[in-house]
Design a protein around this ligand. Structure first.
Ligand code: AMP
Length: 377
């Protein structure tokens, strides 16, 4: 259980015991190195530091001593808040190397006060070692030699630190769960990026992936991977692809669910690129997603005139080396698009999620138009 109740408040684990101990050991090793031959006197400040001090001391391997002090509230208050006084120093500090062991340094006022008090007893030097430091809260200039962990400005508990004296015994460090802190829901943006071959689906998909952390399923890429790996599916697909025809729906749909599920149950969304290409595929996609409690949030249609598509694909063919980017196959693919894929425009229009984008012009402008749609989802 990561969340616990202490009195009237909820806390969740923020630093597990294992991590704390690693950091404590690292600090101890630095002290072992720096303080060898100095027989340092550790002054641990009660109550909060008792667990930290106990663990720290067991990692200390050089000759050293430890004593415990307490802070008592100082009479009155100052403009900077309550000041406390150190009590319980029974040792002669003259000429000693002192290491103050604190559980947490927040404003730094208390530590500053301690340094002043100890300074009057002529120690050789005074160093600060704290388990936790809240850098955002520091109000005074302090030279803190040893910090095990730096933490944000949250209320914390455990490993010696308390909430109304409770919770010091907890092995991990916990952070207060505030009332308005809701578990953040993952916004899932499943997007069908739609358009004729050469409309820029792949290019815009890459930009969406980068900006929104989405996943990408390009059925064309998956099929080319299958061909490259010489799989059964690849062998069948190759004949259709080289011919500019669509691979049969059943093969595509079977392949899709596996790829989709590989992204887990709570992803940020998947861009479907080159899928669906037929009405049965769109229906199969809808069914597959609804079985998982998911849906397509938007169909984004990139609208590009035919002559521009031809120009782009021929140019791409020179660079990509794709066997289906030649004039004859491109012509066939565009025909197939019009007869089998374009009916999906109406299908998605009826589904209420079609968004038409002008796919001509500057890439970044097109992308900005797409982002407007995505951000509304
Ligand atoms: P693409 O990379 O999306 O242009 O796809 C290249 C070729 O792979 C297409 O011309 C089809 O032969 C095949 N293909 C890709 N996706 C699909 C799909 N969803 N349904 C049927 N065939 C597809």
């Amino acid at each position: 259980m990561d969340t616990i109740q202490v009195l009237d408040k909820k806390f969740r684990i923020s630093i597990p015991e294992k991590e704390i101990l690693q950091r404590v050991e690292a600090v101890a090793q630095r002290i072992n190195r720096d303080m060898a031959g100095k027989n340092p006197l550790f002054l641990a400040v009660l109550n909060g530091s008792f667990i930290f001090a106990a663990d720290l001391m067991r990692f200390i391997t050089i000759p050293s001593e430890i004593s415990f002090v307490k802070l008592a509230s100082y009479q009155g208050t100052t403009s900077t808040g309550k000041v406390k006084e150190v009590i319980g120093i029974n040792e002669n500090l003259a000429g000693r190397t002192i290491i103050i062991v604190e559980d947490i340094v927040e404003s730094g006022l208390t530590i500053k006060r301690m340094l002043e008090t100890l300074g009057t007893r002529n120690p050789e030097s005074v160093h600060i070692c704290t388990l936790l430091l809240k850098p955002e809260k520091l109000q005074v200039d302090l030279d803190i030699d040893y910090v095990a962990l730096r933490i944000p400005n949250d209320f914390i508990l455990g490993y010696g630190l308390d909430y109304n004296q409770q919770g010091r015994n907890l092995r991990d460090i916990y952070t207060l769960v505030t009332d308005n802190e809701q578990p953040k829901p993952v916004i899932m943006r499943n997007i069908v990026i739609f358009g004729a071959p050469g409309s820029g689906k792949g290019t815009q998909s890459d930009k969406l992936i980068e900006k929104y952390g989405l996943n990408h399923i390009s059925t064309g890429d998956v099929l080319r991977g299958e061909i490259k790996n010489g799989t059964e599916l690849g062998k069948i697909a190759k004949q259709y692809i080289d011919d500019g025809m669509l691979v049969p729906d059943s093969l595509i749909v079977d392949m899709l669910a596996g790829v989709y599920d590989s992204y887990g149950k709570e992803h940020k969304g998947v861009i479907f690129d080159g899928f669906p290409r037929t009405v049965p595929q769109a229906e199969a996609l809808k069914k597959m997603l609804s079985e998982r409690g998911h849906k397509v949030a938007a169909m984004i249609e990139l609208d590009v005139p035919e002559d521009e598509l031809m120009t782009r694909l021929l140019k791409r063919g020179e660079l990509s080396g794709r066997t289906d980017d030649n004039a004859e196959t491109i012509k066939k693919r565009l025909d197939v698009y019009h007869s089998q894929t374009a009916p999906l425009i109406e299908w998605y229009e009826n589904d209420g999620i079609r968004h038409k984008i002008d796919g001509l012009g500057d890439l970044d402008h097109i992308f900005a138009d797409i982002c407007k749609v995505v951000e509304e989802l």
